[in-house]
Design a binder for this molecule. Sequence first.
Ligand SMILES: Cc1cc2nc3c(=O)[nH]c(=O)nc-3n(C[C@H](O)[C@H](O)[C@H](O)COP(=O)(O)OP(=O)(O)OC[C@H]3O[C@@H](n4cnc5c(N)ncnc54)[C@H](O)[C@@H]3O)c2cc1C
Length: 585
Amino acid sequence: MMGDEYDTSCNTWGATMAGNAPRADSVIIAGAGPAGLAAALALAGRGVRSVVLDTGNGTPRAGSRACGLEASTLAFVYDLTGTRLDGAAEPWGVQRIRRRGRDVPQPAAEPEAPVRYGLSQQRLERALLDAAHASPLVTTAWRHRIESVEQDETSVTVLARGPGGPVRFRAQWLVGCDGARSVVRRAVDVRFPGRPRVDRLLCADVKVRLPRRITATALVPPDPSLADEPASPDVGGPATPWLFVDPPFHRGGTVLAQPLPDDVWRLTWQLPMAHGVAKAAEETRVIPVTGDPADPKRIAARVRSVLRTLDALSPEPDTSEDPAHDLLWSGEYEVHQRLARRFRVGRVLLAGDAAHLVHPSAADAVELGLQDVRNLAWKLAFTLRGYAPIRLLETYHGERRGAARRRLALGEDALHFLAPASPAQKVGRRLTLMGARGKGTTLRRLDPRGPAANTSGPDYTGSPLLTPGPGVGEWIRDVEVFRADGAEGWLSECLDRGLVVLLIAPGIEVWHGGGWREAGLMPRLRGRLDKLAAPAELVVTPDYPGATAHTILLIRPDGYIAAHLPPDHLDILEQSIDRARGAGH
Ligand SMILES: Cc1cc2nc3c(=O)[nH]c(=O)nc-3n(C[C@H](O)[C@H](O)[C@H](O)COP(=O)(O)OP(=O)(O)OC[C@H]3O[C@@H](n4cnc5c(N)ncnc54)[C@H](O)[C@@H]3O)c2cc1C
């Protein structure tokens, strides 16, 4: 046995523990990026201890990086960290599109478009890091480089090189969140096919005082030849992100300008692909701001031209001088579209960039990684606690790989528009912008509030864990509920204990005290839930969209609806619960 050995069940460095079986609540997490830290915190929230290994030193990484999150993902981050990031995030309104200096009228926003927020990845990572350091169930091992992974029937062993030499870590499960060049993925021999270098982006965060909300009347008159649809009315409060297609200041490419909090704008330029620039095809990297095209002088000129345009689009433009600004950060990254063949190999699971790389127009990478974690954490906890068979974890592979594959397909669609590679795709883009072809669909897909942005959408429809029915596979609508202990709250607050059985009982709110708990179906239902193999909490609400009186919705711990049982189907509740925990037939 080489060097020290660490058993994740005891959280202390110790002498060799050969022969000791790892305890039933131990997980190793490879990588302390957003996916890895979120995994550790999500497991801790369910009482599961983990150790996180990373080559870094435990401080947030330089650079702002990814910047868009959905409201439901922000709520998940709040559950994990106890920190409300809404204040540190800017809600986005409808994205404005301009082509060659002219406004492109857009299709009306989706009636129930998800609200997205602009938030820098660094800010998110800081909140996750602080929470991980404060959690008694999360141990961090900084400056540890994972070198190899071995597994057998009951455990996984990771060999890492730390400041003091090689160390072995052993646990029941390993979650590989070690990024695009994952050592864990390679160690378990999982292929990562796809399309390398599909796009190349230069990002900059700029602090500048500019109007953040552009109203419809403030827009310059649209090009009449393009005005086949009325401009969509702007939403009151949220800030306006912009997409400039082939603008005068960046011929042939696209530029995004997205508002972040504190008067910061994230500017993203699409650059021509420079073959042979990246060291490895699957690498994403931050490059120092030297050398073309990230030369500081060139970035400064690029920034000025975008800011001048944004200023000119504002209600009271000041064209006398360039808006005063500070360049806070810039970085270049190459985008790849890749998908791991397996998200689970025995006791090893992959999440985040280690499992998928998707163009940011189809899904924000951080958001997808957090969705992986939300799906995986309850399944790992249920398996470790004996509430579910190990095959529940196989559905992590099916559900999350399917979701990522759909994102990749959307990414390909978006790329035809954003980076047309063939003359036919170039013509397609022109026709789309002129309104002659599929404009509604394509432009909606590029809208950060559109359906493509909705990563918590009905992605799991068809999963073996679900009992088919209306709304099944979708994320819950957050409604007010009454809990069996008499407390009132929100449905989303009930998800940390296990499955949730939501009974729709109109008139429940008129009962005083806890009288409703002994009324109607309640005692019998409670009795049935008490006998289950997995914890399930009974909660009641007077009304739920799309559900009639006395219907039961079975909700998974990650907030997805697993069954919708009308009153005459209540006899299959136990069967649906077994199915939801992977024990169905
Ligand atoms: C300049 C730049 C701008 C970006 N902008 C966007 C954007 O606008 N939209 C978007 O969607 N994405 C963007 N990205 C990509 C986004 O930042 C990543 O997709 C995201 O960080 C992935 O999170 P993750 O937790 O899966 O992996 P990572 O953040 O890559 O974290 C992996 C962790 O694993 C650790 N690690 C790796 N190997 C080992 C090892 N052998 N042993 C121990 N630890 C290891 C690393 O130190 C790291 O902390 C950008 C990236 C860059 C560089």
